[in-house]
Design a protein around this ligand. Sequence first.
Ligand code: SAH
Length: 350
Amino acid sequence: MKTHIYDFDLAQWQEYLRTKGYPAYRARQIFEWLHRHMVSSPQECHNLPTELRQLLEEEFHWPGGEEIRSLQSSDGTVKFLIAFSQRKVIETVWLPYPNRQSLCVSVQAGCSLNCRFCATGKIPFGGNLTTGEILTQFYLTQRTMQKKVTNVVFMGMGEPFYNYEATIKAAFLMHSTLGQSVGARHITISTAGVLPAVERFYQEKNPFGLALSVHAVFPEKRREIMDIEKKYPLQDLLKVLRQYRDRIRKNRFTFEYIMIRKFNMYREDAQKLAELAREFRAKINLIPLHTRFYGMEPPSEEEQNLFFKWLYEEGVLARNRRSPGKDIEAACGMLAAGKLQTNLLASLIQ
Ligand code: SAH
């Protein structure tokens, strides 16, 4: 298999070109063509010699061969479905806001976590995406929409910390000042709590924001909806986070909490959640449940407001993330490459 053209960082380009007998400055030129100008073919790289363009064409996999579909919501959200292969079909969500442009990227085709409430875990797992495939989402959407992305959330399909290296490398390439230079604080990685990877993330002093999908603060309750609680209990994860508390408090840390009617919205839930948020000076993102698996229901407006009020009384300000794009199944937890995938696969087979 050829290396994806977006897979190399600058040091890897330097090394590659050295072995091919090219001067070091070519590395930077190629890097800028790819990551700043977002070209999709070597022919667009005007200042490279013809034989180098040919080499890049022959030795690397370039984006452009993917099947792509998109769907636009009435609220402006656009969902892109990208098929890297028959097995690797993913979704990316373009989220326009008045003064910023957000992109929600996927790191795996499907997900192996099997959280009860999430649609992504219900489709067959198609494996990890490479750095190049993660970045393809980032460049392809910006080229199509002709607008620059200012914020990236790793909150699409899959678990970023089960695909740690490809995710972190993609984040650094998005952040590169020779590329799109998205601010590190504007890049947020969301995890269900893969303990060894969370530890590694802090040990390596990564500059990106972290979001933790909590969803239930009591172990018995969390186990009911998230299998990962059995493997990496929240209590153990919090012990790790406490080791890095000073850094976490200074940095931007988010707890994500799906509100599920008559399940995790009692006063004791609010109290414990607020306690955690205060300890880590974390933000709380509340997300009303978007699906209805196993009889779980979204809360009413009143129930949401009451939960919000309890948190407020505990001294923490939560944000209610009414995530956009519900009409096109682009909201949190709805990415299942559903109808679109069926159509796309049908067209691939033809
Ligand atoms: N695996 C990572 C990344 C996925 S992020 C993680 O768990 O954090 C997707 C976010 O949407 C997570 O916070 C996830 O818990 C949330 N989500 C999943 N299913 C949802 C649903 N049905 N309704 C609302 N939010 C959901």
